[in-house]
Design a protein around this ligand. Structure first.
Ligand code: FNR
Length: 184
């Protein structure tokens, strides 16, 4: 079994980015699982809190990522960059820095994203690149990026997409990511 962990950068119930991760599940190739993590238990990073120990929600998420074969990040775009909620989670997961080797180093990561706007998180995805580099993740660049634009009109209400081409594009992206993850 190839184990993927999905992380949505939005906390809201009706999040398009969380819906996008859920819509990935039925499109995954055979033998791949996708567990969607929640960021609701991740506090705001505070060095004074860290000095007292890694919070339980952070430790749990670190273990989940460390045990996965790959990470699938669905990130909203806020003011043309990444959202603070998700950057905060990645920052916590990178602490203490000696744990980067266990949690992130060399781990395959793919970025996707959904926005009601026309650019579908293209700028936000680009803004992630320095952070992914900093924590030593191995980004999946072997497929055209996947952006879900006009996300408020894209879902069919049953977990899929109105436009069959979206399903096809995302399925191709996930097939390629699975090959990339299994290449190791
Ligand atoms: C946004 N939104 C947004 N959308 C976009 O395409 N480009 C952008 O730069 C921004 N900027 C932005 C800033 C802030 C502070 C908020 C709250 C929102 C809109 C955003 O794409 C929309 O709220 C999505 O629905 C957020 O993702 P979820 O919560 O649906 O996953």
């Amino acid at each position: 079994m190839t184990r993927l962990v999905g992380m949505s950068g939005s906390l809201r119930k009706g999040s398009f980015n969380t819906q996008l991760l859920r819509a990935c599940q039925p499109l995954l190739p055979a033998g791949v699982s996708l567990e969607i993590a929640t960021l609701h238990e991740i506090p705001l990073y505070d060095g004074d809190v860290e000095a007292q120990g890694i919070p339980p929600g952070v430790a749990k998420l670190k273990d989940l990522v460390a045990g996965a074969d790959g990470l699938l990040i669905s990130s909203p775009e806020y003011n043309h960059t990444m959202p603070g909620v998700l950057k905060n989670a990645i920052d916590w997961l990178s602490r203490p820095s000696e744990d980067i080797g266990r949690v992130f180093k060399g781990r395959p990561v793919a970025l996707i994203g959904a926005s009601p706007g026309s650019f579908g998180t293209a700028r936000g995805q680009a803004s992630w690149l320095p952070a992914l580099r900093a924590v030593l993740l191995r980004p999946y660049f072997e497929h055209a990026p996947f952006y879900l634009a006009k996300a408020d009109q894209a879902f069919d209400g049953e977990g899929g997409f109105k436009d069959p081409r979206t399903r096809e594009l995302l399925g191709g992206f996930l097939d390629g990511f699975t090959r990339f993850v299994r290449e190791e």
